[in-house]
Design a protein around this ligand. Structure first.
Ligand code: G3P
Length: 223
């Protein structure tokens, strides 16, 4: 069960990468553009903060040759271990094939269908990233699509993992995990929502009151 942060915000990454058990950080051109920062310094800083955790960076080229060239540049600057995110188009599949031939880590992104996932797995993508909420917006049953991908990879012994993305609520995240996605990438806001609500606070507050009634403000290690 892997959780990644879908953000390029330095402050958020700094805070949450240590607070929770985080497998890595994913980005895409939209996420990067939100930071209004220079591209390489931003990614270099993220890499420094996350250390050995995964960093997924998306290419922007239109042809497979451009995508591979961008990937090589990303790897030269940020390390060969960087996951190269490639849109799952015809040119993208060809780029993935070339990248896997040189031992790169590949994440197939912009996935809306099981057939895209199958094509990406066929060229050895390490992860496929189905877009949960965006599929829902197309009246597609995201749970079923991701469940089908899980089944497909299992039947055909594909090591490709499912890194579900594009979430608008925690129910979608839990649905992805429940039907078998190995990983999710989520915003910090959603991740925080997982353990934040008034009922939890109420329970914790009551424990505190009862403790204080008996032991005052002493901690366990002071008794
Ligand atoms: O990682 C891909 C994801 O960021 C897309 O999410 O919210 O733009 O649909 P969204």
């Amino acid at each position: 069960m892997e959780i990644l942060l879908d953000t390029a915000n330095i402050e958020q990454i700094k805070k949450y990468v240590d607070l929770y058990e985080i497998t890595g950080v994913t980005s895409n051109p939209t996420i990067i553009s939100r930071e209004h920062a220079e591209f390489w310094p931003l990614l270099t800083e993220i890499k420094k903060i996350i250390g050995d955790r995964q960093l997924h960076v998306q290419v922007t080229g239109e042809t497979w040759e451009e995508m591979v060239k961008e990937a090589e540049c990303i790897q030269a600057k940020l390390g060969k271990e960087t996951y190269i995110k490639v849109p799952t188009t015809e040119q993208g599949i060809c780029a993935m094939k070339h990248l896997k031939a040189t031992g790169s880590h590949v994440t197939a992104t912009a996935v809306y269908t099981t057939q895209q996932a199958m094509m990406a797995a066929s060229v050895g993508a390490d992860y496929v990233a189905p877009y949960f909420n965006r599929m829902n917006n197309l009246n597609v049953d995201s749970r079923k699509v991701i469940g089908d991908m899980v089944q497909l990879f299992r039947i055909h012994n594909k090591p490709t993992k499912i890194l579900a993305a594009s979430f608008k609520n925690t129910e979608q995240v839990m649905d992805a995990f429940t039907v078998g996605a190995q990983a999710v990438t989520v915003s910090v806001d959603l991740l925080t929502t997982m353990v934040e609500n008034a009922i939890i606070d109420f329970a914790v507050e009551n424990f505190k009151k009862d403790w204080i009634k008996t032991y005052g403000d002493k901690k366990i290690y002071e008794l």
